[in-house]
Design a protein around this ligand. Structure first.
Ligand SMILES: [Mg+2]
Length: 248
C-alpha cells in the first residue's frame, strides 16, 4: 500500500526549510488533472492563485517545469512572477533557445519519420506532438495492444539513430534530437537564485531526472503511486493544491 504524506505536515516541513527556497512544479498530473488530450488540460480551480501567492513570497522562487513546449504551456496562463520552463528544460520563457544545428535538425527529421510510422502502426487514436527539438507519439487513445507494440518498436528504431535519446511516459514515447533533462535547468535556476533548499513536485517518469539532481537538503515530492526515488508523496493534484495553500 502506498503511503502518502499529509499535505499540511509536508507544507510545515517545506516552510521550515532554509531559504531562499526554489520550488519546481511539474504541470500535467500535478497542477492539472491528466486528460486524454493535452490541449484540454486545465489547472485545478484555485491552483493559479496558489502558485502566484507562493511566487510573491519573499525569498521564494517558483518555476513550472514541464515536458510541454512553451507553446503548449501558454494555455495555462502562468503569471510573470513564475518561471516557465518547457520541453523538459530546453525552453525557458523569455530566454531564447539555441536553434538546432544541422545535425540536430537532420536527426529531428529522422525521428519524426519514425514517429509517423509508429502512429500508423498504433492505429486510430494515436497522434503526434511536435516540439522544437523532439517529437512525441501518444497512444493513450489507441488500441492498448497495438499502441504498446508501436511504442516498443519506435523505441528500438530510435535507438539506431546516433545521438538521439528517448523518454517514456504513460502511453507516450518522446524522441529527442537534443538531450534534455528537467533537473539540469531546475538546478541552474536554483543556483542563479542562490537557493538554500530546492523542492520539486512531479508525477511522471521524466520527473525522476529532477529528483535525481536534488541534494540532501532538498525535498522531492512524487504525486501518485508510481515507483520513485522521492521521499515524499502526495496523492493527486487536489492534495498538491492543499499543500500549496498551506505553504502560503
Ligand atoms: Mg506530469
Amino acid at each position: 500500500m502506498t503511503i502518502y504524506d499529509d499535505p499540511h505536515e509536508l507544507a510545515r516541513m517545506v516552510a521550515a526549510a532554509p531559504r531562499p527556497l526554489m520550488v519546481g512544479l511539474d504541470v500535467d498530473g500535478v497542477l492539472s488533472p491528466l486528460v486524454d488530450h493535452a490541449a484540454d488540460a486545465t489547472l485545478l480551480d484555485g491552483v493559479a492563485d496558489a502558485v502566484s501567492a507562493l511566487a510573491e513570497l519573499d525569498s521564494v522562487r517558483v518555476a513550472v517545469v514541464s515536458g510541454r513546449s512553451l507553446d503548449g504551456l501558454a494555455q495555462f496562463g502562468f503569471g510573470p512572477d513564475v518561471e516557465v520552463i518547457g520541453s523538459h528544460g530546453m525552453e525557458v520563457r523569455h530566454r531564447p533557445m539555441d536553434p538546432l544545428d544541422a545535425t540536430e535538425s537532420r536527426r529531428l527529421a529522422e525521428l519524426d519519420a519514425l514517429a509517423v510510422d509508429g502512429a500508423e502502426r498504433a492505429g486510430e487514436g494515436a497522434w503526434i506532438e511536435r516540439k522544437p527539438a523532439s517529437v512525441v507519439l501518444h497512444v493513450r487513445q489507441a488500441d492498448a495492444v497495438s499502441g504498446s507494440a508501436a511504442l516498443d518498436g519506435l523505441r528500438v528504431a530510435a535507438e539506431r539513430i546516433e545521438g538521439a535519446t528517448a523518454k517514456s511516459g504513460s502511453n507516450v514515447l518522446e524522441l529527442f534530437a537534443r538531450h534534455a533533462d528537467k533537473g539540469a535547468m531546475l538546478m541552474h535556476l536554483a543556483r542563479e537564485f542562490r537557493a538554500a533548499t530546492t523542492v520539486f513536485v512531479g508525477d511522471d517518469v521524466t520527473d525522476e531526472d529532477a529528483f535525481a539532481r536534488l541534494g540532501a537538503n532538498d525535498i522531492a515530492i512524487k504525486v501518485g503511486d508510481a515507483d520513485t526515488i522521492a521521499w515524499h508523496r502526495l496523492h493527486d493534484p487536489a492534495a498538491v493544491l492543499t499543500w500549496l495553500r498551506a505553504l502560503t
